[in-house]
Design a protein around this ligand. Structure first.
Ligand SMILES: Nc1ncnc2c1ncn2[C@@H]1O[C@H](COP(=O)(O)OP(=O)(O)OP(=O)(O)O)[C@@H](O)[C@H]1O
Length: 633
């Protein structure tokens, strides 16, 4: 951060006199950024005494502005609140603008502030240099560095009561995402304010970085244990070691020339990406890394995996279970988190899992948490409606498109999902001839109703789900490969219930949703439920609990006798209702992940979103099955 002179009333007044009365450069009295801004305002023929308007844009335009900055708003929510708590007592209000200077959000006490500040601190107000002349935020926008602007340093006299400090927020791709500003009407100099704003901007930059769908994000430093507040150099890599993003401090540290020639881990660092990733997966806390320039640094994980929190039994007052997807299984929570990030980055999501494992619930929850969460969630189950109707359901039709078409026509599910999420359940069952049409819609983001020659633009996110082995369907010519790649921006595999480590907690949570929520379970019953293989997954478990609840007297605990008779678990997975299909899907995924990680079981398990123990179990099972089939042949 460049050092800026501590502002004082005397130096600001002297600088004004030097510049406006004598045409001199006052750069030893004020920050150069302010001098340059005055020069631009003068060149644009602006006058000091002009009135300043704080007109917010209309609702629709504000919505558009906020939609465009959705990632920024999400990343900034916590840092802005923290900053507001830190500075409110000193009379500051907090504001964040987008990269053009439009106010996006306001935090901290604004009600007691004087009139012009209350007008300026409203979402949608244009606070660019063009609109309000020299200010901390307009200087931070132009200079891409933290700037403080003190009373008389503002170009227009109308806002000389303001004292503000602002810092830019740089997006992971190096572009300007926005600016944070704090402003108050007290003329007391406050050297700490600028540092706080700068730290908040860096916290937002780190959040934007965290949201990248990166396989590995490294924090680089000169010491194996970075100290709090140290300048954080962040570099993010994709699953193949491709360079995804570099934050501003790292950009300056590594240098633009070295970065422009780098597209992979190996272009920046002596060493192999796979070795580095494997070392962290084995639990390394810090690794020495030599940059191509010869500088020796240490890398730590910028975003170490969260430790699983201990599961406590939910009480009957707990949040409704339909809002929860996992209850302490780290494998699921990591995948869900990654799924959220993938959606936030515009990737279509493919949810895989056995029947009843909660694919639809995942779609509902991720939709609600996404930036399209305010829009509709429109679902179509491709397996549940006759093939002849899917086309019209999906694409809609105009009046007279076919016999029986609705008068006035009808929008299809895709159109209805505009501004929200389209959820295509059982996508594996989509008829082949419609797949090409769907692909075209996904590519052009335009849909035309049956019988219509005009196209309509659609803006929605896509979540698909299936229990089918789509790679196999592709091999057999039942599913288009290009559509598969299009819908599979990120695949989220839900483990079957029998593999979940949070089964006990899930049972308790489901119990609270049954009857009046106070039903108890005997320990024998819990053992029974924990040992059942649950081929019908959560749906089967839920039914079993409802059944037992109906069989037991109102105040009794649920005993094993209250539960339906479970058929004995099948010894061979191939005998399970879903066995054949799922086995192929699993086999395929396991083989591909092992190939991709050169046989590294830890990494492969992480890629698959299952525990290492589960993967070993699968591999042992595979070895046994292969041995049995060899002996039979
Ligand atoms: N985490 C959970 N908490 C509570 N209920 C759940 C959970 N996961 C799934 N369920 C319930 O289990 C049932 C099946 O879930 P869902 O319909 O989401 O599964 P699915 O994988 O989409 O099934 P299918 O493939 O058969 O359509 C539903 O009644 C759902 O409410």
């Amino acid at each position: 951060m460049n050092a800026t002179p501590i502002p004082s009333l005397e130096s600001a007044v002297a600088a004004r006199r030097a510049y406006f009365e004598h045409g001199l450069s006052p750069s030893d009295l004020i920050d150069d950024a302010i001098f340059r801004s005055w020069t631009r305002c003068t060149a644009a023929d602006r006058r000091e005494r002009e009135a300043v308007e704080f007109q917010p844009v209309g609702h629709a335009q504000l919505r558009q502005l906020r939609d465009r900055s959705n990632d920024l708003l999400r990343a900034a929510r916590e840092p802005l609140e923290r900053l507001a708590r830190a500075v409110s007592g000193a009379g500051y209000a907090v504001l964040m603008t987008d990269h053009r200077g439009y106010a996006l959000s306001v935090a901290g006490a604004i009600d007691q502030r004087p009139h012009p500040m209350r007008l300026a601190f409203r979402p949608g107000v244009d606070l660019s240099e063009y609109a309000i002349g020299t200010s901390a935020m307009s200087c931070a926008l132009t200079e891409r560095r933290p700037v403080r602007v003190f009373g008389p340093e503002h170009f227009f006299s109308a806002i000389r009561g303001f004292h503000c400090a602002a810092a830019p927020i740089i997006a992971p791709d190096g572009t300007l995402a926005g600016v944070i500003d704090i402003t108050r009407d007290s003329p007391l100099a406050d050297p700490g304010a600028l540092a706080l704003v700068h730290q908040s901007a860096q916290a937002i930059e780190r959040e934007l970085f965290r949201a990248l769908p990166a396989a590995l994000t490294l924090a680089l430093g000169w010491h194996p244990a970075p100290t709090v507040g140290e300048l954080t150099l962040l570099v993010a890599f994709g699953a193949e070691g491709e360079l995804l993003a570099v934050n501003e401090p790292a950009r300056r540290f590594i240098g633009a020339d070295a970065l422009s020639a780098a597209s992979r881990f190996e272009d920046l660092v002596d060493g192999r990406f796979g070795d580095c990733a494997a070392a962290f997966l084995r639990g390394a806390e810090a690794l020495p890394l030599r940059l191509r320039s010869g500088l020796q640094l240490y890398a730590t994980l910028a975003d170490p995996p969260a430790r699983p929190t201990p599961v406590t039994r939910p009480t009957s007052h707990a949040a409704p279970v339909t809002g929860s997807l996992e209850f302490g299984d780290p494998a699921i929570s990591v995948r869900l988190d990654a799924g959220c990030r993938a959606l936030a980055n515009g990737l279509p999501l493919l949810v895989l899992g056995e029947t009843g494992s909660g694919k639809e619930m995942v779609a509902q929850t991720l939709h609600a948490r996404s930036r399209y969460g305010d829009g509709p969630l429109v679902a179509l189950n491709c397996a549940a409606i006759p093939e002849t109707l899917i086309e019209s359901e999906l694409f809609g039709h105009v009046e007279g498109a076919y016999t029986g078409a609705r008068r006035g026509g009808m929008p299809g599910k895709i159109e209805q999902a505009d501004g929200g999420t389209l959820f295509l359940d059982e996508i594996g069952d989509m008829p082949l001839h419609l797949q090409a049409r769907l692909l075209r819609v996904l590519e052009t983001r335009e849909v035309s109703r049956l019988g219509s020659v005009t196209n309509r633009k659609v803006d929605c996110q896509l979540i698909c789900a299936t229990h089918q082995d789509i790679p196999r369907a592709v091999r057999e010519g039942r599913f288009r490969a290009d559509l598969y790649y299009r819908i599979n921006g990120f695949s989220l595999r839900l483990p079957p219930l029998r593999e979940r480590s949070d089964l006990r907690a899930l049972i308790h949570a489901l119990l609270t949703g049954i009857g009046n929520g106070s039903r108890q379970l005997s320990s024998d019953s819990m053992q029974l439920l924990l040992s059942h293989p649950w081929f019908g997954n959560t749906r089967e478990l839920k039914h079993a609990l409802c059944y037992a609840d109906a069989m037991a007297d109102p105040d009794d605990a649920l005993l094993p006798a209250h539960f339906p008779e479970f058929s004995a678990p099948d010894a061979l997975p191939g005998c399970s209702p879903m066995g054949g299909l799922l086995l192929t899907l699993e086999e395929d995924a396991i083989t591909r992940s092992l190939q991709a990680t050169n046989g590294d079981v830890r990494m492969a398990a992480k890629m698959l979103g299952i525990s290492r123990a589960t993967l070993y179990r699968r591999l042992r099972k595979r070895a046994t099955t292969e041995a049995v089939s060899r002996s039979v042949q």
